[in-house]
Design a protein around this ligand. Structure first.
Ligand code: TPP
Length: 330
């Protein structure tokens, strides 16, 4: 490699890290606005915040193309944003407005965005494993080179469909990556009370390439995801990525008193020692690649952007009564 090529490679790397930093801040600022909307009773229903887990969606989505597919979960805002969804349309959907992704009829847990390859969130735990695997099957049949990423929480490890699809995916060498976000709790129960044995072995039993990564380290998530994505695209079959992470807020926005299932001390330790945004920032500064003023600026910009998107959604009209049954299939 020539010096010029090496320089270009380094500058592309730095660009990627700064982009990932920005994306994580965007997700956090979006979610902080969601919490605010809930607290001010402006949002119908509940939402499940992704704050604390940003490095997973961002690290993985930066390893795939816009044309690749993702499927998401009830805790899906981060996945949508990382794949390129518009905050205006997302907030509009959350507030039940016509400008939303599902014309206001789906809400937080049903956001889909075909333009960015997002096949949809799913309120059923593990509900999208079959959809992602089917998308990978169609990619293989059509030979279009696309891969599918299936995000799910560790609670989905208890669903049989996951093992049916991993079996088929490995037999057919499908280009699908199963991304398990282990944030330790399935609602209010620690995963060790519901999940026997070793999680990775559940995938390796089928011969699926399985890797565990620190889900608070976006560079690590991105690196491992890229390797699994490359081999899936090359026809080497599915991957399973276990991301060890943590949600800072409750299971949903209304889950305020959590001490009966986890301690304040535990929450504090994750926030102060393992925050994905702070730690990437620190590392960039230590490497001399950015200074703290840049981070403050990014935060200000994204806070303003998300507030503007909220204003857009609040001002947007509701769907009319005549269209209540339109686009509703079940
Ligand atoms: C099939 C099914 N069973 C139960 C529920 C109720 N439920 C909603 S979220 C949830 C916990 C999900 O935990 P996990 O998959 O670990 O995701 P996390 O909320 O931690 O991101 C449960 C049990 C559901 N939505 N679907």
């Amino acid at each position: 490699m020539t010096t010029a090529e090496r320089r270009r490679e380094i500058s592309e790397q730095v660009e990627l890290w700064l982009r990932m930093y920005r994306q994580m801040v965007a997700i956090r600022q979006f979610e902080m606005q969601v919490n605010e909307l809930y607290t001010r009773a402006l949002m119908p229903g509940l939402a499940h915040l992704y704050i604390g887990e940003e490095a997973v969606a961002v690290g993985v989505c930066e390893a795939i193309e816009r044309t690749d597919y993702i499927t998401s979960t009830h805790r899906g805002h981060g996945h949508c944003l990382a794949k390129g969804a518009s905050p205006n349309q997302m907030f509009a959907e959350l507030l039940g407005k016509r400008a939303g992704y599902c014309k206001g009829k789906g809400g937080s847990m049903h956001i889909a965005d075909p333009a960015t390859g997002n096949l949809g969130a799913n309120a059923i735990v593990c509900g999208s494993a079959g959809i992602a695997t089917g998308a990978a099957f169609s990619s293989r049949r059509l030979g279009n080179g696309r891969i599918a990423v299936c995000f799910f929480g560790e609670g989905a490890l208890g669903q049989g469909v996951l093992y049916e699809v991993m079996n088929l995916a490995q037999l057919f060498k499908l280009p699908v990556i199963y991304v398990c976000e282990n944030n330790l709790y399935t609602e209010y129960t620690h995963y060790s009370e519901t999940t026997a044995g070793d999680i990775l072995m559940r995938a390796t039993a089928f011969g699926v390439e399985a890797v565990s990564v620190d889900g608070q380290d976006v560079r690590a998530v991105h690196g491992v995801a890229q390797r699994l994505v490359n081999r899936a695209r090359d026809g080497d079959g599915p991957g399973f990525l276990l991301c060890n992470t943590y949600r800072y807020h409750g299971h949903h926005v209304g889950d305020i008193n959590r001490e009966y299932y986890r301690s304040k001390q535990e929450e504090q330790t994750w926030k102060s020692e393992r925050d994905p945004i702070t730690n990437l920032g620190k590392w960039l500064v230590e490497q001399g690649l950015a200074d703290t003023a840049v981070f403050a600026q990014v935060e200000r910009e994204l806070e303003a952007e998300m507030k503007k998107a909220v204003e857009f959604a609040i001002a947007a009209p509701y769907p009319s009564v005549e269209e209540v049954a339109e686009d509703v299939y079940a």
